[in-house]
Design a protein around this ligand. Structure first.
Ligand code: HEM
Length: 399
């Protein structure tokens, strides 16, 4: 069945509304009125936008919706991303069986059990960065002094990458995730990181350690190029996501004193609180791109082979059919059905690690700094609307 569509498709991405924590009102409206709808992208091309929780899961679960950016019709939300489509090889943009072959090499390293074993180590890292921040004194930028260095050091340790080079990774990761970056800038950042990781793979061949890169090399099943592109995916995916969740979650709690007081009074709520913050904030906010490989039906709408789809996790996570009072932050609610980590075969590999990092970072921050507050007026906070990962550019705090 095909339903009628507005004559002028929505222009994507739509601007956010008055509340910076809420998805753009246009996506919320689309979910209520036309949950599978046409949108126009930056280059005038069109694709489908899917906004309901149930429909987003249908698309992400069905591998006839491909993640392969080399297929015609794949939707690109920026020029830079389109220009690199044929050069991208990491498994997030591959379909099974290649995707499964590469992902399988890492599943043991990212199991829940493994992440739980890391807790004491992550706790020490969190305490160390907090000690340093407190020592420097208020005001401090929570992003650069706390939220970013934690996942950065953790992923470097796991990969067996030298943390002394973290500025090098962070700068290049940021370029790769910035929607404003040109194709040349992204290509250069990616090439430099790939070269670095390629050299590292060769070194690990000679001097193995217990890091992931070393183990990937030792398996002997991957080319140096595949090792480098896998390492690159982990470095980029592991840096900005957790960092932005940490700072944006802190801000959301500081703006909601009732929830903040509740979490301080009941620290055991940190696990559901992190799930709820993942749902409420949904930092992967530009939609997960897929392209249909056959004619398929989603939410009563026919999507033809070769047509692109953007799965809006942010709108799906505010779906009233699944989350009652969805626009309200409620750290005590059951929100584990959120799709902030995606769904289906590409669902976030690093989620157990991200959860451990977020739980420890938030619990420690609130426990150790009971007077935590913004050091600038809220209106001065700059949100990262231009990046693939939503967040704040800086978060000046005092305590
Ligand atoms: C995939 C979100 C942290 C590694 C994804 C996807 C989402 C996501 C939505 C699905 C992409 C798609 O289907 O196209 C997040 C969020 C994080 C986070 C919200 C933090 C709060 C991490 C961390 C790591 C990581 C810490 C690793 C260290 C990956 C990898 C994939 C992925 C490797 C690709 C999985 C595949 O294609 O099979 N992530 N992520 N992520 N994430 Fe995360």
């Amino acid at each position: 069945m095909t339903t009628a569509h507005p004559v002028t498709p929505l222009s994507f991405p739509a601007p956010r509304g008055a509340c910076p924590f809420d998805p753009p009102p246009a996506y919320q409206r689309a979910r209520r009125e036309q949950p599978v709808t046409r949108v126009t992208l930056w280059d005038g091309s069109q694709c489908w936008m899917v906004t309901r929780h149930a429909d987003v899961r249908v698309v992400l679960r069905d591998q006839r919706f491909s993640s392969d950016a080399r297929r015609p019709g794949f939707p690109f939300v920026t020029d830079g991303r389109r220009a690199l489509a044929n050069e991208s090889t990491s498994f997030i943009r591959l379909d099974d069986p290649e995707h499964a072959r590469l992902r399988r090499m890492l599943t043991a390293d990212f199991m829940i059990k493994k992440a739980e074993v890391l807790r004491p180590r992550v706790q020490r890292i969190v305490d160390d960065f907090l000690d340093r921040m407190v020592e420097h004194g208020a005001p401090a930028d929570l992003v650069t002094e706390f939220a970013l260095p934690i996942p950065s050091l953790v992923i470097c340790l796991l990969l067996g990458v030298d943390y002394a080079d973290h500025t090098y990774f962070q700068e290049r990761s940021r370029i790769m995730l910035n929607n404003g970056s040109t194709a040349d800038e992204i290509r250069q950042a990616r090439d430099e990181l790939t070269e670095y990781l390629g050299r590292l793979a060769q070194r690990k061949r000679r001097e193995p350690d217990d890091g992931i890169i070393s183990r990937l090399v030792a398996r002997g099943e991957l080319t140096d190029e595949e090792v480098a592109s896998t390492g690159l995916l982990l470095l980029v995916a592991g840096h900005e996501t957790t960092a932005n969740m940490t700072s944006l979650s802190t801000l959301a709690l500081l703006r909601d004193p009732a929830q903040l007081t509740r979490l301080r009074a009941e620290p055991a709520l940190v696990k559901p609180a992190v799930e709820e913050l993942l749902r409420f904030l949904t930092i992967v906010h530009f939609g997960l791109p897929r392209v249909a490989t056959e004619d398929l039906e989603v939410g009563g709408q026919t999507i033809r082979a070769g047509e692109g789809v953007l799965c809006m996790l942010s709108a799906a996570n505010r779906d009233e059919e699944v989350f009652e009072g969805a626009d309200r932050l409620d750290i005590g609610r059951e929100s584990r059905r959120h799709v902030a980590f995606g769904f289906g075969v590409h669902q976030c590999l690093g989620q157990p690690l991200a959860r451990v990092e977020l739980q420890i970072a938030l619990e420690t921050l609130l426990r150790r700094l009971p007077g935590l507050r913004l050091a600038v007026p809220y209106e001065d906070i700059r949100f990262r609307t231009d990046m693939a990962i939503y967040g704040v550019h800086e978060l000046p705090v005092a305590w």
